[in-house]
Write a protein that binds this ligand. Structure first.
Ligand SMILES: Cc1ncc(COP(=O)(O)O)c(C=O)c1O
Length: 380
């Protein structure tokens, strides 16, 4: 089955009791047992829920995985992966990750005696060099948030296998439309379903996908024990969003390419980062492992931070907001918004400057997005 058919057809089993074509929202906390020790496969919604289960199966299917475990947010999905580790374990992590992930690792998990080394994962050798005797997990984002660095998943998958280390990929920016990390040797794929997968700025959610039954069982145990689960209505909304995922992503990708080329040619813009531009340092790797480059762009202005602020305050169609991956174009200032909790020295060391502007290109007409940016750039 082709991918664009799969996003529509996956999980489409008519409801067994009514034949409803859309899965019902099983808005229930618990389930009545037939007799002691005999249930119908569900006993309590923290452990499992039919609407959630359909969403978990569909999202696993789209990423080419056997198992999906859903969480209440992308962050609780990341946290649950970290719960596979034990005190004393070490993680090698991409140096450019979502600010909430850095905050979680550096301000919470370090207190539980977990250790982190951050490396520029766009060079696989950096990852291999950072491996220690107690390294249990390699965790990468690709493309990263917000600098859109690309990790060669096949190369890192081989390193993980050679050293017998778990390999997890936050694939939120790419989506399974453009990249399926399990095909390149990842053990775990994670998405913030808040973003492209649900796609309409309507909820917060997360998912972890794997082909390994042992990891699935451990994650299910974490899910039911800690209970950071999404509500049935949010799962239902995500399933609705998924139906148009392929269409939306192709439009995000096409628009972002046009907007990135426009920005790159603009005299007031000093640099543009988009994996679909030949000027991107990992364009070739991105092209090798992804079938599209998705909808995220970051750029800097020739006149620095004040010019960037003028653009972000002057856009009208694009909305100045945290988050990304929705149908509407959104603009973000990572230094004061999504990555505000990353200390300034660390941001600077990563190359995340105060002048950086992040654009989540929506699915409007590209001419209108460019007209909006043009009028904002004219204010500079
Ligand atoms: C790449 C990435 N991973 C994880 C998260 C966290 O997801 P959530 O906001 O759903 O908790 C985000 C949020 O922006 C993100 O951009």
């Amino acid at each position: 089955m082709k991918f664009d058919t799969k996003v529509v057809q996956s999980g489409m089993t008519p409801d067994p009791t009514t034949g409803a074509i859309v899965p019902p929202i099983y808005q229930t906390a618990t389930y009545v047992l037939d007799e002691v020790g005999k249930d119908k496969g569900f006993d309590y919604t923290r452990s499992s829920n039919p609407t959630r289960q359909i969403m978990e199966e569909v999202l696993a299917d789209l990423d080419g995985g056997k198992f999906g475990v859903a969480f209440a947010s992308g962050m609780s999905a990341v946290d649950s992966v970290m719960k596979l580790l034990k005190a004393g374990d070490h993680v090698v992590c991409s140096d450019d990750v979502y600010g909430g992930v850095s905050r979680h690792f550096n301000q919470i998990l370090v207190n539980y005696n977990l250790h982190f080394t951050y490396v520029d994962s766009s060079n696989p050798t950096n990852i291999e060099n950072a491996i220690q005797a107690n390294t249990k997990l390699i965790w990468v984002e690709t493309p990263t948030n917000p600098l859109l660095k690309i990790t060669d998943l096949e190369a890192v998958g081989n390193i993980a296998k050679k050293h017998n280390i778990l390999f997890g990929v936050d694939s939120t920016f790419a989506t399974p439309v453009f990249l399926r990390p399990l095909e390149f040797g990842a053990d775990l794929v994670m998405h913030s379903t808040t973003k492209y997968l649900s796609g309409h700025n309507q909820l917060i959610g997360g998912i972890v996908i794997t082909n390994r039954e042992d990891l699935f069982n451990q994650l299910k145990f974490v899910q039911k024990t800690i209970g950071a689960v999404p509500g049935p209505f949010d799962c239902w909304l995500t399933l609705l969003g998924i139906k148009t995922l392929d269409l939306r992503m192709k439009k995000h990708d096409a628009n972002a390419q046009i907007v990135a080329e426009y920005l790159e040619a603009h005299p007031k813009v000093s640099s543009v980062t988009y994996p679909g531009l030949p000027s991107h340092p990992s364009h070739k790797i991105a092209k090798k492992q992804m079938s599209g480059f998705s909808g995220m762009i970051s750029f800097e202005l020739t006149n620095g931070i004040l010019a960037g602020e003028t653009v972000m305050n002057s856009v009208k169609l694009a909305k100045l907001a945290e988050s990304l991956g929705s149908v509407e174009t959104m603009i973000t200032h990572p230094a004061t918004m999504t990555h505000a909790d990353v200390p300034q020295e660390e941001r600077e060391a990563r190359g995340l400057t105060d002048g950086l502007v992040r654009l989540s290109v929506g699915i409007e007409n590209a001419d209108d997005i460019i007209a909006d940016l043009e009028q904002a750039l004219n204010q500079v």
